[in-house]
Design a protein around this ligand. Structure first.
Ligand code: ZN
Ligand code: ZN
Length: 136
């Protein structure tokens, strides 16, 4: 990857990518996939993954003649976000679009319960510039 201008994994200088799903790649060896998914889901998921690998072998995604940074996520919640609103970098190919791919995700919705004061505290921690007053 470095030969094509990529940065490599900054946690593992000797590697292009690592297998930490929170860092470089969401990769599990076959034995771990079987344990995680069980026999039936493993077979279905493995077939789906193999089909995707074969269908995209030798292909790269490019924008304006350059290979893109193929950032991915498991669940967007129904609409992706413009990259510049999430990170400081501008990725013109990462625009906000309606997404139906993650409608099946068990992470599509989430429910949390907070006290009014707890929510105000979290909002203030998230962005101290936001004036939050807790009233119940
Ligand atoms: Zn990494
Ligand atoms: Zn999505």
């Amino acid at each position: 990857m470095r030969q094509f201008g990529g940065n490599g994994c900054n946690r593992h200088p000797e590697a292009d990518v690592c297998d930490d799903p929170a860092h470089c790649q969401a990769y599990l060896p076959l034995s771990a996939q079987k344990l995680k998914w069980g026999v039936l889901d493993f077979a279905a998921n493995y077939y789906k993954i193999r089909r995707a690998v074969v269908a995209t072998a030798g292909l790269v995604l490019s924008y304006d003649g350059l290979v893109i940074d193929p950032i991915f996520h498991s669940t967007c919640g129904g609409r992706t976000e413009y990259a510049h609103l999430v990170w400081t970098n501008e990725y013109p190919y990462l625009a906000s679009v309606v997404c139906n791919f993650c409608q099946h995700s068990r992470r599509l919705t989430d429910e949390r319960t907070f006290t009014v004061a707890g929510l105000a505290e979290r909002l203030t921690q998230w962005n101290p510039a936001v004036a939050v007053t807790a009233r119940s």
